[in-house]
Ligand binder design. Structure first.
Ligand code: F6R
Length: 610
């Protein structure tokens, strides 16, 4: 989720690049850097934290009138946020500088080769540095040729911008599965990962396609295909305002993030498995011996993350057969939990800065528990204080209501549970393979599911005036009901309430009356009939029911007033697809009610107070 800006023109490169980077702020970042062509060399400066920190450092760099440069904001994936890990990265003698957005999957292999065969010494923990050395290795006075040659060695996702000290009038960029655009200015040209970076300077844009290389000079933008043949591209005239551009054409960050879920889930799955598809938990060192030692697991988190924890409990107990408890962080620390060195403490947090979660983690650590965290923000406090960290690969989440962080947290919890089960021998190989395969199919299924948005929008139109909505479900659908209900209440301010369907009859059913709206989740085959009985119970008291079931389970149509279908998948993994229509429903209901969707009242993205 990094941001890239490149500029080449008539002076002022430093200010234009910094301005462009600031306009990419919504992508999220933890460090920034810039390389400027200056006096026959490349002047590189970097800083951790705000772009203002970089600006302050740049005040001392004597490249005020530089006419070309590249800049980068980094959202850490390999290695913590630090100056060494910030981009641009350079080759050994600093004559090549690159910025990179994406992940180089074969970087370890490249690093080993560059080190063993060419004596290269790496100065950062990033995957990106390998690209700078590789281009340096192939450079013989022609940057375009060197970048093209290096790109052939790269596996993974990338947009890379490169400069060479010996050719200060060129920037070369290459793209595969990471955004890249080129902008036409007057007597100057640009590169960037997103349109907002350039809106102030250029509205004539070339959208760069996968596997294309771009040569940008002050007067020319040339695009080449994989065979290095020149490609003709129509100019895209941007008419959006800056706000619309930041959201990539979506009305709100929340909707954008809902639609980013297939990619987030795929990326998190990719990072959690090796090339043969077996689970490889990056950053987790739990051995068979460690796991055999564990008598109990505590999963502790807040809000949405705690709902991911509930699914995690199901998965760990089912696959690894270890008793697991889920606790809300604000409660956990004050109730003298039973914890010792045989406890595995898992905390889940998108921001990694939630104070209650952090305090619970410290409490668990002080009592001798081993701490594993599932976190989205690299280098955050929770990540730093944990023994093991498994990162969700959701990318920055801007909307206050968590969506893609939740589904990627679920992926992490499944992978952790499968890993534990397999390592301990409590999960038969065939079961392990089956669930892993099911998880692998989810990104495509989510893409398919998102195509149903118009149907969900229609349902939203019929229900948005309700002031009270119930969510019911059984098994894993209880967690999904809790999450669907939270999403709805936090952005639409409708009073919503979630409960295990079997628990209704113990009190809450007294609230069901003629016209009550009930969203009944029946996503699991093994609990489907039981859920039909629960739907019958509320129907008998006059409720209007919106059902959710797997495609093919059409029996539900006889009872529910309308049904949302999710693609067929194994019962174990239904929470991931089942939550998506509920996120969309909350979004459209809130939109119809005219709410401030991305910034709901009384809420903050990271809750750093108790
Ligand atoms: C709801 C939501 C919150 C967070 C909770 C924990 O949409 O986002 O409930 O899940 O505040 O935050 P993190 O995951 O950052 O610890």
């Amino acid at each position: 989720m990094c941001g890239i800006v490149g500029y080449i023109g008539g002076g002022g490169a430093k200010h234009i690049i910094i301005d462009g980077l600031k306009r990419l702020e919504y992508r999220g970042y933890d460090s920034a850097g810039i390389a400027l062509a200056a006096d026959g060399r490349l002047a590189v400066e970097k800083a951790v934290g705000r772009i203002a920190n970089l600006e302050a450092r740049l005040a001392e760099v004597s490249a005020e009138d530089s006419h070309a440069g590249i800049g980068h904001t980094r959202w850490a994936t390999h290695g913590a946020p630090s100056r060494a890990n910030a981009h641009p990265h350079t080759n050994a003698d600093g004559t090549i500088a690159i910025v990179h957005n994406g992940i180089i999957e074969n970087y370890a292999e490249l690093k080993e080769r560059l080190t063993a065969e060419h004596g290269v010494r790496f100065r950062s923990e990033t995957d990106s540095e390998a690209v700078a050395h590789l281009i340096g290795l192939f450079y013989e006075g022609d940057l375009l040729a060197a970048v093209n040659r290096a790109a052939r060695e790269l596996r993974g996702t990338y947009s890379v911008c490169a400069m060479a000290a010996a050719e200060p009038d060129k920037i070369v960029a290459v793209r595969k599965d990471a955004p890249l655009i080129a902008g036409l200015g007057e007597n100057c040209n640009f590169l960037a990962s997103d349109i907002p970076a350039l809106l102030k300077y250029a509205r004539m844009i070339y959208l760069i396609e996968n596997n294309e290389t771009v040569l940008v000079t002050r007067n020319e933008i040339s695009i080449f295909n994989e065979k290095m043949e020149k490609v003709k591209r129509d100019v895209f005239h941007v008419t959006w305002d800056a706000d619309a551009a930041e959201k990539g054409g979506y009305d709100h960050f929340m909707r954008k993030e809902i639609f980013e879920q297939p990619a987030g889930v795929a990326e998190t799955l990719n990072r959690g498995s090796d090339e043969n598809g077996a689970i490889k938990l990056d950053g987790i060192s739990l051995t068979k011996r460690d796991l055999e030692h564990i008598e109990r697991v505590y999963i502790v988190a807040c809000g949405t993350a705690s709902h991911a924890g509930l699914v995690g409990k199901f998965a760990i107990e089912r696959f690894a057969r270890i008793p697991t408890e889920v606790d809300i962080a604000s409660e956990f620390r004050y109730r003298e939990p039973y914890i010792n060195a045989k406890t595995l403490f898992i905390c889940i947090s998108q921001s990694g800065e939630t104070l209650d979660t952090l305090a619970a983690l410290r409490e668990a650590k002080s009592r001798g528990a081993r701490v594993l965290s599932v976190v989205n923000v690299v280098g955050s406090s929770v990540a730093r204080e944990s023994d093991d960290v498994f990162y969700t690969r959701a990318g920055p989440e801007i909307a206050v209501a968590s969506t893609k962080a939740f589904t990627t947290q679920l992926v992490c919890m499944y992978l952790i549970a499968l890993y534990m089960g397999r390592t301990l021998g409590t999960l038969p190989d065939a079961e392990y393979e089956r669930v892993l395969l099911e998880l692998g199919q989810l990104p495509d299924k989510l893409t398919l599911l998102l195509e149903d948005e118009p149907k969900i929008r229609d349902i939203a139109k019929r229900i948005y005036k309700n002031e009270r909505i119930f969510f019911i479900g059984r098994g894993n659908d209880v967690s999904v009901a809790l999450e669907g209900s939270l999403k709805l209440k936090e952005i639409s301010y409708i009073h919503s309430f979630a409960i295990a369907a079997g628990e209704l009859k113990h009190g809450t059913i007294a609230l069901i009356e003629q016209g009550s709206l009930v969203i009944a989740l029946a996503s699991q085959d093994r609990l489907f009939e039981k859920m039909l009985s629960n739907i019958e119970e509320v129907k008998a008291r006059g409720a209007r029911v919106i059902g959710l079931a797997k495609a093919g389970n059409r029996e539900i149509e006889k009872l529910a007033d309308e049904v949302i279908y999710i693609p067929v998948c194994a019962d174990e993994v239904t929470p991931i697809p089942a939550v998506v229509p509920l996120q969309l429903l909350a979004y459209h209901v809130a939109k119809l009610r005219g709410c401030d969707i991305d910034k709901p009242k009384n809420l903050a993205k990271a809750v750093t107070v108790e």
